[in-house]
Ligand binder design. Sequence first.
Ligand SMILES: [Fe+2]
Length: 200
Amino acid sequence: MAVHKLDRSEFGDPANAGNLMTIEEAHSLLNEWVPNERLRLHMKQVAAVMKAWAIKKENADEQIALKWELAGLLHDADWEKYPDDHCRIIIEELERRNIDPEVIHCIASHGPRYFGVEPNNKMDKMIYVFDELSGLIHAYSLMRPEGYAGMEVKGVKKRLKEKSFAANVSRDEINDAFSRIEHQPDEIIQFIIEHQRDVS
Ligand SMILES: [Fe+2]
């Protein structure tokens, strides 16, 4: 990735806490900014996994679940049009729209090695662990004649060990992300399979 570090650690205005956009608004931003259908699907998958995790594992209410979902849905929104300025452009857009700083920080910290922003809270840490793995699992579904049907955690782990498979998916990043949470890889992989399989 030819991205630049963001060189700051504060995002958004604390006064905007609780300001979100609707999921419809986020989808129309996505449709406008991301012509590539496969990339849009990636973001929808990460959004579905984030939302499900918030509700099922973090006891999130509707508002908090929407935060997790929005961060997932928009985390790569500027990647296609502004690869060299990925995620600065979407961050600035969300700041202009007065969006909740936690959503913006979550997006800013989804690749600490690239953007130089450390994941702080659970939402930050989970998007970091879901992002690359979600991509690898989807790539795996595309090479399986049966797609997601019957996909098992052990098959995913095998692909993870195969450096040549989805070689652009950084194993270092995935390991780094796992080291920051207390959940086991099996739980995370199973959760991703279950919650992104039906996203279209
Ligand atoms: Fe991503």
